[in-house]
Write a protein that binds this ligand. Structure first.
Ligand SMILES: [Mn+2]
Length: 482
């Protein structure tokens, strides 16, 4: 009996990203050596298809022997990688059977997709038969598989399966949600609706910013959607054995709108576009973290795209909120925007998203405008092209205002990095950092306990003062200059 397999180098792009040619060729020969040794030991015929994929053909009896050893090859790859200080893992999708090679190959491909959706570093083995059950081996590390359309479709299918197995779908974003959190939450709610499930979106009425307030006003025109919105307490009461929590636009449990809701669930799915940090839910059913995506709304809209048939009409409020989410996180398509961002924006527009409503939802009202200008007026030069705006010690600012102030500073000619330091709810001092790409604000914020992207990052510091935090930031900036 014949078997066909596909091997994927889980994080090849990330691995080579910061390496020079010599290191890349060392890495490539390391991978080739590992795979060719494995192939000859197991009498497998293989070919490299591209830099990160291998195809192989084997006898089923050889696969069975590997299976008995629980695919030790994965462990070997990891150990060798660790010795070389590389975060290298591999995934395999294997199928076998009496069917045609076409069918066996297709199942092998599907199996690899499943392995990648589950986080990589694992083998998925399944016979090419309708009723066959997949078998899983490995999966002991936190993988960072690459973003492909295949992966997006596989995620859509995986999420649909999770919904099918549950009765109630709860959706929650980060505290003080922005339009990206709200848009992606409603997008997930729409998928739950399509699966005929009860769904709930958790909001804290005390933590609503102006743009979310405008969106909620608009939502009143859609009573069938408005009823999804509930508080944390209501969610805790409504959750049962057949409930799952979907975290959108964040993944750190401590950033949850309601801690009690987070604690209530053991079945969790995560959809986020922020680079993964250490703090993470324990054993989520599904992890879809894609830091190359512009926004959670972009990811969710893509998932919807795979679910929607030509006839179904996504409610205008949902397409509009998703588009608004993309607008905020890309600052009107100027940052973190890829071809896929435009593709999905076009899709949302075709599905009825209302761009003038997006403008209205994201408009700045006078109070918030005044707060932004006040912050901007406080800015001082650290260097000719770097500014720091430190706010008043005893005034609390919401995150949207702070983000807009930082964006405004960055839009000024000649400024390459902007930092806005403000007091935030919960006795925290926050820094919102922006860069045009000349300064890496991610590493700066990481040094201060935060994180984010190269051009957009933030941190929050407990039990401190604006003055202290400003000094810490200046010290980091000075260190960076040297
Ligand atoms: Mn976001």
């Amino acid at each position: 009996m014949a078997a066909i397999g596909l091997i994927s180098i889980d994080n090849y792009d990330d691995l080579i990203e910061k390496k020079d040619d010599k290191q890349v060729s060392y890495l490539n020969s390391l991978i080739t050596t590992l795979i060719s040794d494995w192939a000859s030991e197991n009498h497998v015929f293989y070919k490299r298809i591209n830099s990160e994929r291998f195809l192989f053909v084997a006898k089923y009896s050889d696969i069975e022997r590997m299976k008995e050893e629980k695919f030790q090859f994965l462990t070997r790859v990891r150990q060798v990688a660790e010795k070389n200080d590389l975060a290298l893992t591999i995934s395999m999708g294997i199928s076998y059977g009496e069917e045609s090679f076409e069918e066996i190959g297709e199942v092998a491909q599907n199996n690899l997709d499943i392995a990648l959706v589950r986080g990589g570093d694992q083998v998925v083995l399944k016979e090419a038969k309708e009723e066959a059950k997949p078998q899983f081996f490995g999966g002991n590390t936190d993988g960072t598989p690459k973003r492909t359309r295949v992966r997006s479709r596989a995620m859509s299918t995986a999420l649909r399966k999770i919904f099918a197995e549950n009765q109630r779908i709860f959706i929650m974003g980060h505290r003080y949600p922005d339009m990206d959190a709200l848009g992606s939450a409603f997008g997930v709610a729409y998928m739950a609706m399509m699966s005929d499930k009860e769904c709930y979106i958790i909001l804290n009425p005390k933590e609503i910013t102006a743009d979310i307030q405008r969106a909620l006003e608009e939502l009143k025109k859609y009573p069938e959607l408005e009823r999804f919105v509930i508080t944390g307490e209501e969610a805790v009461n409504l959750s049962n054995e057949e409930s799952v929590l979907v975290m959108v636009d964040y993944h750190k449990p401590s950033m949850s709108i309601s801690q009690a809701v987070y604690d209530e669930f053991d079945k969790i799915a995560v959809i986020d576009h922020h680079r993964r940090g250490d703090e993470f839910p324990d054993k989520p059913l599904l992890t879809y973290i894609e830091s190359s995506a512009s926004s959670a709304s972009e990811l969710v809209a893509e998932l919807i795209q795979y679910r929607v048939s030509r006839r179904s009409q996504v409610p205008k409020f949902i397409t509009t909120s998703l588009l608004a989410g993309i607008y905020v996180d890309t600052k009107n398509f100027t940052v973190r925007t890829t071809g896929r961002t435009f593709d999905i924006a076009g899709y949302l527009k075709n599905q009825g998203a209302d761009t003038s409503l997006v403008q209205y939802m994201l408009s700045t009202d006078l109070d918030s405008y005044l707060m932004i200008s006040e912050l901007v007026s406080r800015s001082q030069h650290f260097r000719e092209d770097i500014v720091i705006a430190a706010a008043d010690e005893d005034r609390v600012y919401d995150s949207v205002t702070v983000a807009k102030a930082a964006d405004t500073l960055l839009s000024i000619n000649g400024i390459h990095a902007a930092f806005v330091i403000t007091k935030q709810p919960g006795d925290l001092i926050g820094i919102s950092a922006r860069s045009t790409g000349k300064v890496n604000v991610q590493t700066l914020m990481e040094a201060l306990g935060g994180g984010g992207h190269f051009t957009n990052a933030a941190t929050q510091i407990k039990n401190s003062s604006i003055g202290d935090v400003e000094n810490q930031l200046r010290a980091e900036l000075t260190k960076n200059e040297q």
